[in-house]
Design a protein around this ligand. Sequence first.
Ligand SMILES: Cc1ncc(COP(=O)(O)O)c(C=O)c1O
Length: 354
Amino acid sequence: MNSLRPALRQLHPYSLRPETARVRLNRNESPFDWPQEWKQALLERVQERAWNRYPEFVPRSLVSALARRWNWPEEGIAVGNGSNELLQALILATLEPGRSVLTVEPTFVLYALQARVAGAQVLIETLGTDLRYDAVHLGERLRATGATVLFLCSPNNPTGSWIDPDDIAELARRAPDTLIVIDEAYGEFAKRTVLELRPRPTNLAVLKTFSKAGSLAGLRIGYLCASREIVRAVVQVKMPYSVNFFSMLAAERAIEGRELLEQQVKILISERERLRTAMESMTGVRVYPSQANFLLFEVDDAQRVFRALLDNEVLVRDVSGGHPILSRSLRVTIGRPEENDLFLGALRQTMEEK
Ligand SMILES: Cc1ncc(COP(=O)(O)O)c(C=O)c1O
């Protein structure tokens, strides 16, 4: 059968080992499930609605709620089946053979993978000292390459590093013909969001999601904030009706219940700093600062530590095979305080056994 594209053979698919454990800190999910009353009220609304009818073509009330939440024009917002769907749509709308995309390493692997699937050339800049973003250097590379799209994840998965929104504004200003895509999947855990920038750069596209701080990873809903022109192109290439009405209603409920979700974010941020301090004091562990709901840390033998943690029913993410810079690295998602204690206890024990 010759129908499959030969280029796909060269690409590593996105996958996740199916390990499981009592304490799962490997997928950067929120450890807090929704309150039962929220779920119940949502189920009642879903039950009242006709299931034989398609959802709204454009989810008007959700888009208005998002527009109010972020002070962003409604016509500059698109909703998708997880932010990943909108990432793919942005790629479809911008990239083709002969065009190039600039991104960094290490970062979320889907940018390079999906850009290559689209036949675009992928240019990579390695993160700077201590895995930090170097905005000046990125600007120079952007100018030198004339890339069609720049993909940055901030806070960055898996490093936790962050790029200042003012630096992004400067990049956008200096490269007016490049689309600057900022993936803020973890934006709620950071100090600031690029959505606050004024004036709003017209060549900026911001990907956001309800999967992390919204505790809705299972319902697959994300959104894009960009200019009207970019949103129109994304809607043109995206599948119609990709978001079901259940997820739309849930997202609206999440915005209404922002106060609770923000309290949970505060807990996770304070837990993140507690974990970081505790890990810093362990011999043989180097932990990186993070603006996200996870921490990247280095140990001598990442695979041994990963296995030893799993033997103690704690599952973290082994990112050591992802990039040479990460050859000694693991990533731990911040969980509930008691889960974090179990992780710390298991890590301490593992490091002492060495
Ligand atoms: C950087 C980044 N972007 C996007 C996503 C996925 O977002 P969604 O669930 O909205 O598709 C993830 C999930 O891990 C992520 O790490």
